[in-house]
Design a protein around this ligand. Structure first.
Ligand SMILES: [Zn+2]
Length: 89
């Protein structure tokens, strides 16, 4: 199972967005999944990984993003902003 939320944490607060990509590092020893990210944090995640690789905290290799299909398709999510727009009509 994948985490339900983006792995990015900013100023001690977890990003509340659902993950859209699985991030993995392809090294010569194999592929390591390092986390999941929402679309908005893709670049931030890439930069973080690059510095972690420099520090030797994660394996060296190519960072790759794989699109994640939403799990639990029988659960319909409604964006509150959409509801507000509808009520304005
Ligand atoms: Zn995020």
């Amino acid at each position: 199972m994948f985490p339900e939320r983006c792995s990015i944490r900013k100023k001690g607060q977890d990003c509340p967005m659902p993950p859209e990509f699985v991030i993995s590092v392809k090294s010569k020893d194999g592929e390591y999944m390092v986390g999941v990210t929402c679309d908005g944090h893709k670049n931030a995640f890439t930069e973080t990984l690059a510095s972690l690789q420099k520090e030797g905290k994660i394996p060296q290799g190519t960072v790759s993003f794989t699109g994640l299909k939403p799990v639990g398709t029988n659960c319909i999510r409604i964006d509150p902003n959409d509801l507000i727009e509808l009520s304005d009509l």
